[in-house]
Design a protein. Structure first.
Length: 560
């Protein structure tokens, strides 16, 4: 069913297209944006200030995203995940809320209308068309678990939002989640919008603020309404896939019907505040018919711990990856790999060490799953917990920074590996034992990733070794320094650690497939040709200069 004339007309104009499959999404890399903070439209200058501490709308829009699609595409991404598009509650001056305004888009009040702060329905359709014209996918963010409602100060009864299910018991009774290990409580109790679980008094009256009434997905009328609303939103936007938050807060046997109804790729998020045995907790959501893919939160926590300091435990990271590969239905092939998102502090907030940041940044691109990069990571943003990690991107002027150059190289390397080895995306990553606990070698043919958490002050003399990973005397190149190596007579390599930086090796034959990686096939040319960096023990690691902010901000290509 269509809910408005505008939605119906857009749906008819777009027509019905064949949905992108999980296998097609697996070939993509995803750029996540916060719509309100990514780009302003053509009629607004780049000098608009945005104080993240105010938790207020700053003016980013879908038209603004269209304006900066060149920027995203030049980074090498071919899928864009945008903020939820539905109409949200408005916080009036008479209502106090520590959560601020609904600029993230998750305070859904009406699933059948779009968020006017981001633009009109025509603007969303135009964004979808612009992406598809570039052979890029659109990922819609959908909230299923709940709607949002304002609880005014001194109110004893919270107002109720509504789904399109007249006569149905639309929401579960008001209660707070007090025990994350109690799955019934997790699935049926309410969440506060700011993520802080407030107290409820003995009569279960909510305190003032924004709350998320928990949708009663046990009621057949409510389920039908939710499915109809989701289908209408996807059809109207022309989305190729959906990201679904708070998956763990909805009963698991709801998802097969939802999946069949929407008919597009579903990426589920259920990782925050999970019980300690996280792989076992996530595992059921990877079963056939539940989610097409899930966010790899179990690995994220170990990854952050491993690379946020030189004392991090790489063995724990290896263990969690190995466990997930064995447990999940498709191993890690249908997971989303990331080091940042809108819910989490920026990785650079945990450490100032450029080498550690670079090693962590490389991880999603050499991982079995789908790489996801949160906007601003390529600009070196360092915001902490919400709302600090929702910085506006426009003050950066979308600069072609060294971080952006590395992201581009990693994207291109992954695509080169996929082009030369059709089994690359379905070949599990394997770990090669190293002599030092601070070194990590990962084989995913034809790619060999060499990572370390030694940091920028790693002493000279350390080397990665990998035996029989290539053919005899094969010529290789590190896609980040564009330096050549030659495998020995047995196909092995020994690569010295330089400044604690990662090295990502590919055969030069793979680079022949894609001229965007190390043009000249590792002749020593720097990826960033405008920068003159002194070789370090024969390696041109220009990105060791990342700490020099004055230089970083001048690397802006005129095409951006």
């Amino acid at each position: 069913m269509c809910f408005t004339t505008l939605f119906c007309s857009i749906s008819l104009l777009l027509g019905v297209t064949e949905a992108a499959t999980a296998s097609e999404w697996r070939k993509r890399t995803i750029y996540q944006i916060v719509t309100d903070r990514f780009a302003l439209d053509n009629n607004t200058g780049t000098n608009v200030t945005c104080d993240t501490s105010l938790r207020a709308y700053c003016g980013g829009s879908w038209r603004g995203v269209i304006k900066q699609l060149d920027y995203i595409q030049q980074l090498g991404f071919d899928a864009v995940w945008i903020s939820p598009t539905a109409e949200n509650v408005e916080v009036s001056e008479a209502t106090t809320s520590s959560a601020g305004e609904a600029y993230l888009g998750y305070w859904t009040s009406n699933r059948t209308s779009t968020n006017a702060h981001f633009g009109f329905a025509e603007d969303l359709a135009a964004l979808s068309d612009a992406l598809h014209a570039r052979n890029m996918f659109l990922m819609l963010d959908i909230t299923v678990n709940n709607l949002a409602t304002i609880v005014p100060p001194n109110s004893s009864t919270p107002p109720r939002a509504s789904v399109s299910a007249n006569g149905a018991q639309q929401f579960h009774p008001l209660c707070a989640i007090s025990d994350q290990s109690n799955q019934t409580e997790v699935e049926q109790c309410w969440l506060p919008a700011d993520g802080v679980q407030r107290d409820l008094d003995g009569s279960e009256n909510a305190t003032a603020g924004v709350w998320f009434p928990d949708v009663n997905t046990e009621d057949v009328l409510v389920v039908k309404a939710v499915l109809d609303e989701a289908k209408a939103a996807i059809k109207a936007s022309g989305a190729d896939g959906v990201r679904i938050g708070s998956v763990k807060h909805v009963r698991q046997d709801f998802w097969p019907d939802f999946r069949d109804a929407v008919g597009v790729f579903m990426l589920g998020e259920n990782g925050k505040q999970v019980v300690s045995d996280s792989v076992n907790y996530v595992d059921p959501y990877t079963a056939p018919g539940i989610m097409d893919a899930v966010f790899d939160y179990p690995t994220y926590y170990e990854l952050k711990s491993a690379f946020s300091s030189s004392s991090g435990n790489l063995s724990a990271l290896v263990d969690i990856v190995t466990e997930a590969q064995k447990s999940y239905e498709a191993g890690l092939m249908l997971t989303a790999s990331f080091i940042e998102n809108h819910d989490l502090p920026r990785f650079a907030n945990a450490t100032n060490d450029t080498a550690l940041i670079m090693n962590a940044m490389a991880w999603p691109f050499i991982h079995d799953g789908i790489p996801v990069l949160y906007y601003g990571q390529e600009q070196g943003f360092k915001g902490g917990a919400q709302p600090e990690n929702h910085e506006p991107l426009w003050p950066s002027q979308y600069a072609n920074t060294p971080y952006a150059q590395v992201v581009r190289a990693l994207n291109a390397a992954r695509k080169s590996a996929t082009a030369v080895n059709h089994f690359f995306l379905t070949t599990p990553m394997t770990f090669i034992d190293q002599s030092s606990p601070g070194l990590l070698a990962i084989s995913k043919p034809p790619l060999l990733a060499l990572l370390t958490n030694g940091g920028s002050n790693t002493p000279a003399g350390s080397s990665w070794t990998a035996k029989r990973v290539y053919t005899a005397n094969e010529t290789l190149v590190d896609v980040l320094s564009c330096r050549r190596f030659v495998a020995d007579a047995n196909g092995g390599v020994e690569v010295p650690v330089v400044g604690g930086m990662p090295q990502i090796l590919l055969p030069t034959a793979a680079l022949d497939k894609n001229g965007t990686v190390c043009p000249g096939e590792g002749t020593g040319h720097d990826l960033l040709k405008s920068v003159s960096a002194s070789p370090i023990r024969g390696h041109e690691y220009w990105w060791l200069r990342l700490g020099i902010v004055a230089v970083t901000m001048t690397w802006i290509q005129s095409s951006l």
